[in-house]
Ligand binder design. Structure first.
Ligand code: DC
Length: 230
């Protein structure tokens, strides 16, 4: 069967990655979390002292970015890909509130976006991928055969993030997380380079009140439509 590219975009914490991962596993595609790449760059900046408060040393980052090695490797136990930065497993380190609260600053830098988009396009060269992010259907793969734009209310998204952090024993209050979610929406939608917006040909999915199972069935139906399979 002909392989396609599936682009899943939308607001932060609306379950894009869970749905994208599950779909990829179900249809035998490769899942790529583009947000993890911006998070990995942010972790690098935090660990190497490139931040002064919310200001970033862009000259240093520009010089050091080409040498950053961001990769995904499959965890054979879970069957899911994990993020590596310069050979080190950073899957948990990139999900902390410290990284979440700085990542929009890094993701708004044009030279960072150019480098990440180039990497993402290389990863999709052979198709058969599900990639989630903010600009996948608009900038990275404007010709993707299936584009989904996911939304959910900020409160529901903050609850999901809060539960996720609690389960991992990470700190963070609900109010703090809600503020972070709203702040990231604002920055993601208003940045000058590749702002978050729905591609004209994307199908919208508001999953505020959908169960994981309902969402999964909905997605599979869209996949079958896009590939002309039953
Ligand atoms: O999906 P996420 O929360 O892990 O994304 C982290 C940040 O990266 C978020 O602030 C938006 C940004 N991002 C982006 O600008 N473009 C993408 N394709 C993916 C994520």
């Amino acid at each position: 069967m002909k392989k396609i590219i599936i682009a899943i975009d939308g607001f932060s914490s609306c379950g894009k990655s869970t749905m994208a991962k599950d779909l990829a596993r179900e249809i035998g595609y490769i899942y790529i979390d583009s947000g993890a790449m911006y998070r990995a760059v942010t972790l690098y900046c935090l660990e190497h002292g490139l931040f002064q408060g919310d200001t970033i040393d862009t000259e240093r980052l520009k010089a050091e970015l080409p040498d950053l090695d961001i990769a995904f490797k499959l965890n054979h136990e879970t069957g899911r890909p994990q993020t590596y930065l310069d050979g080190k497993l950073v899957e948990n380190d990139i999900r902390t509130l410290a990284v979440s609260s700085k990542v929009s600053i890094v993701a708004a830098l044009d030279f960072v976006r150019e480098a990440m988009v180039r990497l993402q396009q290389q990863m999709g060269h052979e198709k058969g991928i599900v990639m989630d992010g903010r600009d996948i259907g608009t900038t990275v793969f404007p010709d993707a055969e299936l584009k989904i734009f996911v939304t959910a209310s900020p409160e529901i998204r903050a609850h999901r993030r809060f539960d996720e952090l609690q389960a991992k024993g990470e700190p963070g209050s609900y109010e703090e997380i809600l503020h972070n979610v709203e702040e990231r929406d604002r920055i993601d939608m208003n940045r000058s380079v590749s702002p978050l917006r729905k591609a004209d040909d994307a199908i919208e999915l508001d999953n505020s009140h959908l169960t994981i199972q309902e969402q999964k069935e909905w997605l599979l139906a869209r996949f079958r439509e896009a590939t002309g399979t039953k």
